[in-house]
Ligand binder design. Structure first.
Ligand SMILES: Nc1ncnc2c1ncn2[C@@H]1O[C@H](COP(=O)(O)OP(=O)(O)OP(=O)(O)O)[C@@H](O)[C@H]1O
Length: 726
């Protein structure tokens, strides 16, 4: 293999740390010797690339990648890790001979935006030499794509077909400090793969704080050390720091703790707008609710008569953006996401109000000011009740740095933290709790099982999950018939469920629908559940949305029909999805039709695409594709076959629509967004629970309790009329 590091261009110094073994490399700051492009626009981009701090480390990075199996790169935000290192590897020959360089990201939005940027910098069309893959979206060309960006979840799926990930020469796991559940699983598996494929190189990019623990995770255990340690690549991980950042970001703190971060964020934006020079503002809040509320307050201020507060272009940004998307630009073909990434119109100042999806890897060009509320929504899972709550919780110092790092990327910036400096220094936790330790592990366990990892409890995790959550996941999979008595995947059910890229309960419903003759309908339902929402919600128009939704609630429906009586609305939300889908197809997939019916056009286009992909998987698995036409009973039964563990019955003699879960006898209620809200059927199964003031069931369907015994006799026993036991 060629030497990519050119001796003489840089003098790396390798130092062992006090624990022995872990290598630190301090390099001089001489600049790299790579040549630059000779074309106009490209030249400009090439100059920008060469100004990035990581450029000074180019040769050192290539040296380490060549000589060490694992290289950990720590560096400030904006130093160029994500966009540059894959290109250096490409230039260095790591994508020759049909090999591919992979770079994983925890978030889909980051995958898409970084891939476009790198394609632009390399002067190639996105999807050719540079491509990306996120769930249900593959923008690569096999045999042509050399640099591929993907979510770590997608990389996990790829391991099912190719357990050793043999097409990749280098895999860069970016933003490892975020400790998303998939990143942790990927790290654990890559460590295993490396033992079978010593030629595979790993690059792990991380904030400083996590680098040491990641390095010690990758250090070979005594069992695997010994002979061969002096051969290249060396197995001890190396750490390199790409110190230095693009532009300075001045940090400002509040003097006193703020009582209401949302109000404080709005006031801060208005102050920046009145007092500070031109430049867009990025505000970090926690979720759709407070983002929409802040957007409304800002829009009201912007429309006020005071001319100095005009000129604000307020744009919300959260996952499943599509919901707010058309609310703003209804039938336009421009998505809100396009607006977020496009240049700011003259005379305007963009205010992008985002969740933490904009926290890492994104460069939003016009951003000069960042307003950080200090909070984010985080998942916390309770394995006993099997409920995953989204809780507003304080962020970590690592997150705060990432947020500030969204400014200062193309020019100097300022960050306004809505907490005190004293809090930041003394109280804010250095890092967050790994997602692995606060999540439902069902999907993670089934993926590991599918990869042949039977001893899940003994798996080498970067952070061990709780035994309770692990046991609960095994229990659920066992009850679905996915695992056998020895906790091995059953054949064919277990292997089939693992292959369908959906939550295992939904995958099980998909399999059942093949037997019940309603797989065409289940494909539509699964695709609709995979988008955030098929509805557009417009603040202040909730009543019209509810009415629009109800028009699709019964089995036989025409959008022009009058509202159905609640007595007829007995089928549930999944059936509603089918009616919307049918109406959308009948309209010729019209955006006008969507607009009229409060249906999100972009979401429906996504449903069509996702449905096609799921259909291909179903065909591959031999699921018989058949429509049950109007027999909604078959559909509801198939859903029950997947979601029987989520069965609930209404509490008689209460007037508030209280249900009890069969499994744990907990009080739950139908969510107001469900077409079954206030209808209160006797028996239902739900798709998910959300916890606010109460526990609410979302996406609910009515069932006959006899089906529970029929589809899950191992789980339920019939105890006489109206009575069922686990
Ligand atoms: N879409 C873009 N438009 C303009 N400049 C960009 C764009 N993407 C990246 N850049 C430039 O490249 C720099 C490096 O971005 P990159 O994402 O590679 O940094 P990073 O070190 O991975 O940072 P982070 O860890 O914060 O994601 C940015 O600071 C910016 O100057």
């Amino acid at each position: 293999m060629a030497k990519f590091w050119k001796p003489g261009t840089e003098k790396p110094r390798l130092v062992e740390d006090e624990d022995g073994g872990v290598l630190f490399l301090y390099s001089s700051s001489s600049s790299s010797s790579s040549s630059s492009s000779t074309f106009g626009f490209a030249n400009n981009l090439q100059n920008q690339r060469q100004r990035l701090p990581v450029y000074k480390r180019k040769d050192a990075i290539l040296f380490l990648v060549e000589n060490y199996a694992t290289t950990i790169i720590v560096g400030e935000t904006g130093s160029g890790k994500t966009t540059q290192i894959p290109q250096y590897l490409n230039e260095g020959g790591w994508s020759d001979d049909g090999h591919v360089i992979a770079c994983t990201q925890p978030r889909r939005l980051a995958v898409q935006s970084v891939a476009s940027r790198v394609a632009e910098e390399m002067g190639v069309k996105l999807g050719e030499e540079v491509g990306y893959v996120i769930r249900f979206e593959d923008v690569t060309t096999p045999g042509v794509t050399r640099v591929k960006f993907l979510t770590d979840g997608v990389l996990l799926r790829e391991m099912m077909d190719d357990p050793l990930l043999s097409k990749y020469s280098v895999i860069m796991v970016d933003e490892a400090h975020e400790r998303s559940i998939s990143t942790d699983v990927v790290l654990g598996l890559l460590k295993k793969i490396q033992r079978r494929r010593p030629e595979l190189r790993l690059i792990i990019s991380s904030a400083t704080i996590e680098a040491k623990s990641i390095a010690s995770f990758f250090r070979p255990s005594k069992k695997h050390r010994g002979a061969g340690d002096d051969v290249v690549p060396k197995r001890e991980p190396a750490i390199i720091s790409a110190e230095g950042r693009g532009f300075t970001v001045g940090i400002n703190y509040v003097q006193e703790p703020v009582a209401d971060y949302l109000q404080a964020a709005v006031s801060t934006v208005m102050l920046i707008h009145k007092q500070q020079a031109a430049g867009d503002i990025l505000v970090f809040l926690t979720g759709q609710d407070d983002i929409d509320a802040a957007a409304q307050l800002l829009n009201e201020e912007a429309q006020s008569s005071d001319r100095s507060t005009g000129g604000l272009l307020v744009l919300p940004l959260y996952s499943g953006l599509s919901r707010a998307d058309q609310a703003r630009i209804l039938s336009s073909s421009v998505t809100l996401q396009d607006l977020v990434f496009s240049p700011t119109p003259r005379g305007k100042r963009k205010v992008i109000i985002s969740t933490n999806i904009a926290e890492t890897s994104l460069t939003l060009e016009g951003i000069v000011y960042v307003v950080d509320s200090g909070f984010s929504k985080q998942r916390f899972y309770d394995p006993i009740s099997d409920i995953e709550n989204l809780v507003v919780a304080p962020i970590s110092k690592a997150s705060a740095r990432q947020r500030a790092g969204r400014a200062g990327r193309v020019r100097p910036g300022k960050c306004y933290r809505l907490y005190t400096e004293e809090y930041f220094v003394n109280e804010m936790p250095a890092e967050g709790i790994p997602e692995m330790q606060r999540s439902n592990l069902v999907s993670c366990v089934i993926q590991l099982k599918a990869l042949g990892i039977d001893n899940i409890l003994g798996f080498d995790w970067p952070a061990s999950p709780s035994p309770e959550a692990m046991i609960r996941a095994l229990e659920i999979l066992y009850s679905l018939g996915v695992l056998d008595d020895d906790a091995k995947l059953t054949s064919p059910t277990g292997f089939q469920v693992a292959e369908i890229p959906l939550d295992p309960m939904l995958s099980k419903a998909m399999l059942a629908s093949g037997e019940l003759g309603c797989s065409e309908e289940m494909l539509t339902i699964a695709a609709a559940l995979s988008v955030q929402s098929i509805w557009i919600s417009i603040r202040g128009a909730q009543k019209q949305l509810d009415e629009a939704r109800l028009r699709f609630a019964a089995a036989e429906v025409s959008p022009s029909a009058p509202l159905y009586s609640p007595m007829l609305r007995t089928q549930g939300d999944h059936v509603t999805f089918l009616n919307v889908y049918k109406g959308f197809l009948q309209s010729g997939k019209s955006s006008k039709w969507c607009h009229k019916n409060f249906v999100n056009y972009h979401a429906m286009k996504k449903v069509l695409e996702t449905r096609e992909q799921l259909k291909r998987t179903a065909q591959r698995l031999g699921i018989i594709l058949k429509s049950c036409d109007k027999d909604m009973q078959a559909v509801r039964k198939a859903i029950t076959a997947g979601f029987f563990a989520n069965a609930c019955h209404i509490e008689p003699y209460t007037h508030e629509g209280k249900f009890k879960t069969v499994r744990t006898s907990e009080d739950v209620y139908i969510h107001p967004s469900s077409v079954l809200f206030r209808v209160n059927p006797k028996w239902v199964v739900y798709h998910s629970l959300v916890s606010t003031d109460r526990r609410y069931m979302r996406n609910v369907v009515t069932i006959d309790p006899a089906w529970l015994v029929e589809v899950a006799p191992h789980y339920y026993q019939y105890q006489g009329p109206g009575s069922l036991n686990r």
